[in-house]
Design a protein around this ligand. Sequence first.
Ligand SMILES: Nc1nc2c(ncn2[C@@H]2O[C@H](COP(=O)(O)OP(=O)(O)OP(=O)(O)O)[C@@H](O)[C@H]2O)c(=O)[nH]1
Ligand SMILES: [Mg+2]
Length: 298
Amino acid sequence: MKSGFICIAGMPNAGKSTLINALVGEKVAIVSWRPQTTRNKILGVVNTEDAQIVFIDTPGIHQARNKLGKYMMQSVASGLKDVDGVIYVIDAAKGVREEDDGFLSAKAGSVPVIVALNKQDTVTRDTLFAVLEKLNAYKDVKAVVPVSAKKGENLDALLAEAEKLLPEGGRMYPDDMYTDRTMRFMAAEIIREKALYLLDKEVPYGIGVHINKFEMREDKPVCDIDADVVCEKQSHKAIVIGRGGEMLKKIATAAREDLEELAGCKVFLTLYVRVKAEWRDSDYLMRELGYDVKDLKN
Ligand SMILES: Nc1nc2c(ncn2[C@@H]2O[C@H](COP(=O)(O)OP(=O)(O)OP(=O)(O)O)[C@@H](O)[C@H]2O)c(=O)[nH]1
Ligand SMILES: [Mg+2]
């Protein structure tokens, strides 16, 4: 029996969260076409016949421009600490960028690194081979596996390479536990995911979600969820609510569908929009929104 931790890292939008969801077979992390979707590190546990692999999804590596960005980069650093290996995700259509080169050159010597060359479904064979050839130059990289996280292509090969990096050991998490995150966390993330899809320009990046209430009714299979959708400016609040409340209704309707799957029953969802100026630069307000700034410093 083998078991251990594998961190999934890479640039924003490379497909890390799509990959962890595909590997685990459950939605542990939200996904969107916008960069910087993931803000926390999130565990996803995969049990095979002879191994337990604990994957750690992390935010995309970028230059932080505010405290939230800093927190995100601390999450990456903390996710990379003491792991048995790293799956570094590269978007095949983007190729090996300067930041990828920086990571691979600096890290591949000190921790075993496998590259997942993702989104193979979006490029021609020639493009794929050209990127593979480039990656060949990194002698410390243990393996390069072309995959499509979205289509579920070649994930077995990636899993097999990850398993090779694990030490002998028993299961660390019970079989039925596939993430370390709570239902409340996931509920907040689902609402944020819909906001990311439906809102435009800079508004979605300043959205945070706080769950005020997540309660199963005792008398029937119904879950009541109340949440604050937090934004940074009054002008953003008007956009999040929309004309006649239409935008907020759209976000709620989209979220409710996923929330019902999460809760396993009917969901009554109430959303409130609140303005918290500059929350992405306030330790206090970030903590209120569930970003555990203090925890990461240890
Ligand atoms: N065509 C295609 N699209 C993909 C694939 N994997 C991910 N995507 C898309 O790429 C976008 C980004 O996916 P995410 O999984 O959110 O990327 P991420 O690396 O977690 O991004 P951050 O959390 O922002 O760092 C989404 O629109 C996904 O649907 C793939 O294999 N093929
Ligand atoms: Mg992500």
